[in-house]
Structures are given as structure tokens and as C-alpha cells.
Design a protein. Structure first.
Length: 376
């Protein structure tokens, strides 16, 4: 492993730093209402795309830049450092499914607008009763002539309220073994028979949703991969979702920790050994995550796709994000609850589902146990 930037990477980093200086929307943190946040996400996505910062690692023929995965990691790192709005991360892992398994026609039709932000997507995998045990999903897609008829329900579909399309998993063969009877359909959310109901999170915003399908007709040409390939497609998608470039929020964690150290200093808490130990442990957790990300990145640069070992990164990310926020509440004390520091309380709540979405911590441990050949 060599953690240093190559000359091209160093040049890109400097360019990016300059770009962030001039392009981060002013006062974006003051936007708190749902409509404003959605407009911000869309315009931020478009600004990044316009200047060539989306799809850095995608092939050029589908609108990408054809660069190595380290450029994505630099983008994540610098975005966190510059306190930029969140990057549109879903694009990378949903796009990966389409350009790994889609036909040439599907790739040319769907990838450019996914990348540019013109068309918004969401991931319709989880269902009530099929989150960790995703292979038990019950939404059905029955083949009738040249289209599938979809019936069922998805749950926790983030961004579904504003999305135009959904990468949908549905059971197309109920006679097959449960992992083998699933297919993946590119589904327009304005198709007749689809109802999207918001789920409001702690922020007060409907960040995620439940989606109902009632006799929804989807042309067979919108299936990606072979019938029954849905499980493999889902695993590719989540391995990129759990992967190194999505845990690039390290610079955000580092910044939060620096701020907490300053607050602890101002409150005279740094004389307390217990507080110093907690801050040190958060620091160690963040550095362990950072080294794991560097290791995963080296492995991708050596040409290996992310695999089950990405579960280590997901576990370290959950641990670092949640522990840092735990320390934040300890350092802020009552201020976190009295409204003197509402931002920290919101960030604390934002850290809670990190250990659930993209596969819970317990499931990551199960995956690793299987890799290590441990007893069931
Ligand atoms: C904010 C948020 C956004 C999300 N966004 C999306 C999205 O966009 N698209 C999407 O498809 N899904 C999304 N999800 C769903 C997410 O992937 C699931 O919540 C997650 O996989 C867990 O599934 P579950 O909620 O059904 O919990 P369950 O699977 O019911 O798990 C409940 C608890 O039991 C534990 N558990 C379950 N099985 C085992 C086992 N075998 N061994 C040990 N422990 C076990 C789990 O770790 C967990 O603690 C989102 C979730 C959240 C919270």
C-alpha cells in the first residue's frame, strides 16, 4: 500500500479543492425543509456533473471519466473536508448494477441520465419481513406475454418520493430456491398501480418511503440480467454500497471530532481523563476506518472487485460514526438536549441507522463468520 497521491491524483485534489471553494452553495446548511433539501440535492448533483465530477470511475462510453477508483475516494475526502453537501452516492452503486448486468441498449438508455441527475433513482430491495433476510422477499413479478405483472410492497425505499425510477427486486419464480427465483426490474415509479407513502425520520423529513405495487405492468425488456439473476445483481450493488468510496465520510468524522475537542477544551473537560480517553478512542476508531478504506482501495486498484470483506469496512464505519456521536453527547451534556446545540443532536440521530442500512452490523458479522468458516 502507498497512501500518497500520484502526481495526477495530487493535481486532481488541488483542482477539486479550488472547485469546492467556488461552487459549494452558500448557506446550504440553513436549508432544512424537505422541498429545499430536494432542490439542493438536485442542483448539487447537476453542478458536479456539469464540471465532470460524477462517474469518475465509470467507463467513458456511458458518460463517465474512466479514472481509477482512487479519484472517487479523493472526491469523497475533499467534499468532507470542504463541508460540502452530501455527494449523490446512490448513483455509483445503482449504476454499477446497470453497467455490469444491463444490455448495451439499457446502458445507453439509462446510465447517462442517472449520472447527470436528470433522472432520479431509488433502490427497491427491502420489504417488511425481508431486510436482513432479503432472499425471502415476496413481491412477485409474474410473466404475462411480453411484460411482468408486479404485486407486493417495498419498505425503507430511500428517496422514493422524488425518484423517477427504481431498481426493483421481485420474485419471478416461486418454485425455485429462494435465492434463485429473484429478478431485477428497472421500474418507472409513475407506472399505474404504484403508490409511494412517505416514512418520516427524526429530521422530520420523509427521507425514505414504503412503495406498494398493485398489478404494475413492466416490459420484459426492462429486466436486467437473466431471469433469476436478481440475487447476484443485489449482491454486486450492496458490495459497492458498503464499499470504500461510500465510507469516504471519514473527513467529516475527523472534522466533527476536531470540533468536539475544541468544545471540550472550552468547557474545561480536557482535564478529565475519562473525556480524554473517549476522544482518543473516537480518534482511533476513525483512523482504523481510514486504514481499512485505504486497504480496500488498494485492492480495487489491483483490479479486485469489492467482496464480502467489505463487511469489515461497513462495521468500522458504523462503529466510528456512532461512537463519535456518542462522545459528542457526552461532551455537550445538557446543551445537546436544550436546543443550544441542535445540530449535534440531529447528527447523533443521523448516525443511528448507519448500522442498519446497507445491511445491519449483525449481518456483516454473519458474513464475516461465513468467510472465516466459523460454525453457523
Ligand atoms: C434510514 C434507512 C434507509 C434505508 N434505505 C433503503 C433503501 O433505499 N433501499 C432498500 O432496499 N432498503 C433500505 N433500507 C433497509 C435496510 O437495508 C434494512 O433496514 C436492513 O437490511 C435491516 O432489515 P430490517 O429493517 O428488515 O430488520 P431485520 O432484518 O428485521 O433485523 C432486525 C434486527 O435483527 C437482527 N438480525 C436479523 N437477522 C439476523 C441474523 N440472521 N443474525 C443476527 N441478527 C439478525 C438485525 O441485525 C437487526 O438488529 C433502509 C433502512 C434504513 C433504516
Amino acid at each position: 500500500m502507498d497512501y500518497r497521491d500520484t502526481p495526477e491524483e495530487a493535481k486532481f485534489r488541488l483542482e477539486l479543492r479550488e472547485w469546492f471553494k467556488h461552487n459549494i452553495p452558500a448557506n446550504w446548511r440553513d436549508i432544512t425543509d424537505g422541498e429545499g433539501l430536494r432542490a439542493l440535492a438536485k442542483s448539487w448533483h447537476k453542478a458536479l456533473y456539469a464540471d465532470g465530477y460524477m462517474g469518475l470511475n465509470w467507463p467513458k462510453e456511458y458518460g463517465g471519466q474512466g479514472l481509477s477508483p482512487s479519484f472517487d475516494a479523493i472526491l469523497n475526502d475533499e467534499a468532507g473536508r470542504a463541508e460540502a453537501p452530501r455527494l449523490p452516492g446512490m448513483v455509483n452503486y445503482l449504476g454499477r448494477a446497470i453497467f455490469t448486468y444491463g444490455t448495451e441498449e439499457q446502458k445507453l438508455l439509462f446510465l447517462p441520465t442517472l449520472l447527470s441527475g436528470e433522472v432520479q433513482w431509488c433502490q427497491g430491495f427491502s420489504e417488511p419481513g425481508a431486510g436482513s433476510d432479503l432472499a425471502s422477499l415476496r413481491t412477485r413479478a409474474d410473466l404475462q406475454g411480453d411484460h411482468y405483472v408486479v404485486n407486493g410492497q417495498k419498505m425503507w425505499t430511500s428517496g422514493a418520493l422524488q425518484a423517477d425510477w427504481c431498481l426493483l427486486l421481485a420474485r419471478t419464480d416461486s418454485g425455485a430456491a429462494k435465492h434463485k427465483g429473484i429478478s431485477c426490474l428497472l421500474t418507472p415509479l409513475d407506472a399505474p398501480g404504484i403508490t409511494v407513502n412517505p416514512i418520516v425520520l427524526h429530521s422530520g423529513e420523509p427521507e425514505t418511503a414504503e412503495v406498494f405495487f398493485d398489478d404494475v405492468h413492466i416490459p420484459v425488456t426492462q429486466r436486467i440480467g437473466e431471469p433469476g439473476a436478481g440475487w447476484r445483481i443485489a449482491m454486486t450493488t450492496v458490495s459497492y454500497e458498503r464499499g470504500a468510496s461510500d465510507t469516504g465520510s471519514i473527513s467529516v468524522l475527523r472534522r466533527q471530532l476536531r470540533e468536539l475537542e475544541q468544545i471540550a477544551h472550552q468547557k474545561g473537560l480536557l482535564n478529565d481523563l475519562n473525556t480524554r480517553m473517549k476522544l482518543a478512542r473516537a480518534h482511533v476508531d476513525i483512523e482504523a476506518l481510514s486504514l481499512n478504506v485505504a486497504q480496500q482501495l488498494s485492492s480495487r486498484l489491483a483490479g479486485r472487485d469489492p467482496g464480502p470483506e467489505g463487511s469489515v469496512g461497513k462495521l468500522l464505519w458504523s462503529k466510528a460514526a456512532q461512537y463519535t456521536m456518542h462522545v459528542a453527547l457526552d461532551v455537550l451534556g445538557a446543551d445537546a438536549l436544550t436546543g443550544n446545540a441542535p445540530r449535534w443532536l440531529a447528527e447523533y440521530f443521523t448516525s443511528r441507522p448507519v448500522s442498519v442500512y446497507g445491511g445491519s452490523s449483525q449481518i456483516q458479522k454473519n458474513i464475516l463468520a461465513r468467510m472465516l468458516d466459523m460454525p453457523r
